[in-house]
Design a protein around this ligand. Structure first.
Ligand code: SF4
Length: 152
């Protein structure tokens, strides 16, 4: 039986990003994923109650999520992260393929909170919570290499 994995909705083509666009995976990658897994798409920011479109946000040094004008969105981001974790628990999901650099979904590298395009080491709010609860996280950039390691 196929395992179920979590995938950022924007990677599946849903227009849920802050600017109401998506970042769909290349067709071949999506087909390869769908052949091997059941995919559950989530957008933690929408699940957390934020509208679409919305102001872009970044994580500050003290782990608050802020818009460029200083609006604090941390509560929405945390709610979305917990909703995503609940979905993982309900479906027995142990792996999440999440969109790189996002303040929710980013893994390994995120923007530094200055809205200047600079990246620092760190994880988005959802990635962080999933990792702390034993869910493996990879970014879409690691997908090809990871798919090669998946046993049929
Ligand atoms: S929160 Fe995640 S799924 Fe939603 S738009 Fe941002 S990167 Fe994509």
């Amino acid at each position: 039986m196929k395992k179920t994995i979590l995938v950022s909705s924007c990677l599946l083509g849903c227009k849920v990003r802050y600017d109401k666009t998506s970042k769909p995976l290349p067709k071949e990658q999506l087909i390869a994923l769908e052949e091997k897994f059941n995919l559950v798409g989530v957008c933690p920011e929408v699940l957390g109650g934020l509208p679409c479109p919305r102001q872009p946000a970044e994580i500050s040094r003290d782990r608050e999520v802020l818009t460029q004008s200083g609006q604090v969105l941390s509560t929405f981001f945390l709610k979305g992260a917990h909703e995503a974790l609940n979905i993982c628990k309900n479906y027995g999901i142990q792996l999440a393929v999440l969109k790189s650099k996002s303040p929710s979904c980013g893994f390994g590298k995120i923007y530094d909170g200055t809205f200047s395009g600079c990246l620092i080491n760190g994880n988005g709010i959802t990635s962080d919570l999933l990792l702390k609860n034993g869910v493996k996280v990879i970014n879409e950039s690691e997908l090809d290499a990871w798919l090669k390691t998946v046993k049929e």
